[in-house]
Ligand binder design. Structure first.
Ligand code: ATP
Length: 393
């Protein structure tokens, strides 16, 4: 099979093909997607047998682009054209001295050696450049056709348990399935996810949160016992709900944040996986406070000011999380209208009315807001009149 025509047809890749200083290989997800007929992507990974930095530097000068080297084992990025880039890496072998540890790396003598360190057969193909021949030592094309995610060898998940997350993610994204043996290996290796560093776990979770259907990936990881091994609970159906509310009410939270809200974890776990302080605080507070907020809003006809008061006693993520967990009229009212209610007067106005700077200013503003929320003060004139009365009291 030859992909020369498909490659030169890729708008951003054409110039790279013309500028290659020596033979190289296109590798990774782009090869998989090209062969699977998915729309072309814009991150191109090249592997070269030999010195990647030197190769990349020559490629950059031929493309009239620029070069960033990464210091990590022979990797560099060539920037070219309008905002396009290609990553170049030295073909390498990897060996694992301990499960879940980072591998020992050495230069590979052939592209096949480099492909043999990869996660799944569908990701272990290369396209020789510039001629376009497909290198497929593990029957990746066959597995693409059969929609299978399949490891290259039995120790794969033990060597690197992040591959369990990756396998479940590809299943969901591509609508593939692990072959029975891979599935069994994933099930057996799942407890090893607890050996991964916190930061690696966070990166895998964030990759899932960035997908279109993270819920499906969670369901699958749950079948393998990954959440149990991590000591957390993946809450089913939460992410679609959170995403919907985030969109409807234009809350602007990133998917990573919404995703974390859908993982119930013991206190301190978000720190272990190195989530930033404000996000960790908001998420933990939401999980802790949700039952209290619900109780405060339940049972009787709570007025608008009471709703806002109850919500404002909690952290910023709590009302969203509570509404995603279960429908609630009071919280709907909060998001639809109440959270946008603002006074038209401020502290300056109260001072102009003769109040001196003191805690009383805050009290009067608080009382005005309560009345405004309850629909008693339609405009600035009414707010000022009420303020005068309150000050005179
Ligand atoms: P996508 O970016 O669409 O999720 P991708 O296949 O490009 O897919 P990357 O995470 O960018 O995924 O990885 C690039 C390639 O590196 C993969 O296709 C795979 O061959 C290899 N790879 C990545 N992570 C691992 C891993 N944990 N173990 C083995 N190989 C890996």
């Amino acid at each position: 099979m030859n992909l020369a025509r498909d490659l030169s047809g890729l708008e951003r890749f054409g110039p790279v093909l013309d500028a290659l200083p020596a033979p190289g290989y296109l590798v990774g997800g782009t090869v998989r997607d090209l062969l699977f007929g998915r729309p072309p992507r814009f991150d191109f990974d090249l592997a070269v047998v030999g010195d990647a930095e030197q190769y990349a530097s020559e490629l950059a000068s031929r493309l009239g682009g620029s070069l960033t080297t990464h210091g990590r084992f022979g990797t560099a990025t060539v920037h070219y054209g309008q905002d396009a880039h290609v990553d170049v890496a030295t073909a390498r072998t990897e060996t694992y001295s301990a499960p879940a540890a980072l591998p020992d790396v050495a230069p590979a003598k052939t592209i096949e050696d480099d492909l043999a360190r990869r996660d799944f057969t569908i990701n272990a193909m290369a396209v020789a450049l510039p001629d376009g021949d497909v290198v497929d030592p593990f029957r990746g094309r066959e597995h693409l056709r059969d929609r299978l995610v399949r490891v290259l060898h039995e120790r794969s998940f033990v060597d690197d348990p992040t591959r369990i997350f990756r396998a479940a993610r590809y299943e969901s994204r591509l609508d593939f399935r692990m072959d029975p043996k891979t599935e069994t290996l994933a099930l057996m290796a799942a407890p090893a996810v607890q050996e991964l560093s916190g930061a690696r776990i966070r990166e895998e979770l964030f990759a899932i949160f960035a997908e279109d259907d993270p819920d499906r990936t969670f369901a699958r990881l749950h079948q393998f016992g990954v959440d149990a091994a991590l000591g957390v609970e993946f809450l089913p159906r939460m992410q679609p709900r959170l995403r919907e509310l985030n969109d409807v009410y234009a809350l602007g939270l990133p998917r990573s944040h919404l995703g974390l809200l859908s993982v119930r974890a013991p206190d301190g776990w978000l720190d272990e996986i190195k989530v930033t302080r404000p996000v960790a605080d908001g998420v933990q507070a939401a999980h802790r406070e949700e039952p209290f907020l619900r109780a405060a809003l339940a049972g009787r006809d709570v007025g608008p000011a009471e709703i806002v008061e109850a919500v404002e006693r909690t952290g910023p993520d709590t009302p969203l999380y509570a509404l995603a967990r279960a429908e609630d009229t009071a919280l709907r009212r909060y998001f639809e209208r109440l959270r946008d209610v603002r006074l038209e007067v401020d502290g300056e106005d109260l001072l102009a009315l003769g109040l001196t700077e003191s805690p009383r200013v805050g009290e009067v503003l608080g009382e005005l807001r309560r009345r405004k929320l309850n629909g008693e003060l339609p405009g600035r004139a009414e707010e000022l009149a009420a303020a005068r009365e309150l000050i005179a009291e």
